[in-house]
Design a protein around this ligand. Structure first.
Ligand code: ATP
Ligand code: MG
Length: 327
């Protein structure tokens, strides 16, 4: 079986964007592949955070993975910080990555504008840690949203460079982008991607939002002054809602558009809101049940963390030997 690695940060409760762009795809892949799904808590500290919140959100995220349908018996669902090999390999790869390469990363540019008071080195080297995450497990495929495309390219470049020097150490990973709605946009500014760390909570729908909150946020979504429901780039707000509708109902874009023919923005928002509420209902119910079962979650954290460590250390040992660390 081929290996899949993917992860999410616990910088907030994950959003509908994370669900449609990533988690939902993971669920469709987790039977065919050997999958590792990480809560990448080491990435989360690249922006200033609250420790108690990070702890709680990390656990909620891991629980959400399972609630969404990922199976911790068949996949490895774990905390990145429980596997020190991530940090060790990241350091090594630091020395095989050029400043110029990191300078070109658009996420760094965006995030450093947003967090002007805290442009730390971790924010800059974030893509190297991500490369380490992926390369440690000899990953074949990385399912990510479009926003991570550039980082994945860099991981491939780093791996190729390393292999050219030391022989075949790393598998070169391939990206996997979901079909529909690979990029869900902000409800408040549909030219920006939906992001769980957005300070405006109306901009995103969190997977744990109550139905009335979901309806309200969709109702407030920014569209345009026009009235026509059309699927087109120049109508970013409407297009985004149709994309979400299509992803949540499984309906193709054309039939989704046909469904809204002759209807107004009010109807559109109501139906999209309902599709989200219904689509998330089973996940939300399961999340509550799982959260109550502390023992079970603790045991997943421990077992799965050990499995991940075992695999990661196999690659790390090989790397250390290749670069000449004394035995
Ligand atoms: P942050 O603002 O903290 O970076 P984020 O919402 O971008 O949060 P990440 O943890 O960085 O979330 O990304 C987790 C996964 O979700 C990645 O695979 C990423 O590609 C995907 N993803 C993030 N935002 C979106 C989006 N708006 N649409 C589709 N996929 C997304
Ligand atoms: Mg992100």
């Amino acid at each position: 079986k081929k290996v899949i690695f993917s992860g999410m940060q616990a910088t907030g409760i994950i959003t509908l964007g994370n669900y449609i762009g990533a988690l939902k795809n993971w669920v469709s892949l987790h039977e065919q592949y050997n999958c590792l799904f990480s809560v990448v808590d080491m990435h989360s500290i690249t922006v200033r955070h609250n420790p108690a919140e990070l702890r709680k959100r990390s656990r909620d995220l891991l629980t959400l993975y399972i609630a969404a349908g990922l199976d911790p018996e068949k996949n490895i669902i774990y905390y990145q910080s429980h596997v020190p090999a991530h940090a060790e390999l990241a350091w090594i790869l630091n020395c095989y990555t050029y400043m110029g390469e990191l300078n070109r990363m658009t996420q760094y540019k965006e995030k450093s504008q947003k967090h002007e008071d805290n442009i730390n080195a971790g924010l800059f080297t974030y893509p190297i840690l991500m490369a380490a995450d992926i390369l440690l497990y000899q990953t074949d495929v990385v399912p990510v949203g479009n926003d991570q495309k550039q980082h994945l390219e860099l991981a491939r470049d780093i791996a190729t460079r390393f292999n050219n020097i030391y022989g075949d150490v790393f598998k070169i990973p391939e990206p996997y982008f979901g079909k529909v709605g690979a990029r869900v946009m902000s409800l408040q500014d549909p030219t920006k991607k939906m992001s769980k760390s957005d300070e405006n909570t109306n901009a995103f729908i969190s997977l744990l939002d109550e139905p009335d909150v979901i309806m309200k946020k969709v109702k407030r979504a920014v569209t345009d002054s026009d009235r026509e429901i059309r699927y087109s780039e120049d109508k970013a707000g409407v297009k985004n809602l149709i994309d979400i509708y299509s992803a949540m109902t499984g309906m193709g874009i054309e039939s989704a558009v046909a469904n809204f023919e002759g209807k107004g923005y009010g109807d559109l928002k109501k139906e999209v809101g309902e599709a989200i509420v219904e689509g998330l209902r089973p996940l939300q119910t399961r999340f509550k049940e799982l959260s109550a079962d502390k023992e079970y979650i603790n045991q997943v954290i421990k077992n799965n963390g050990e499995k991940a460590s075992y695999l990661a250390n196999k690659t790390l040992r090989k790397v250390k030997k290749k670069i000449g660390y004394p035995e």
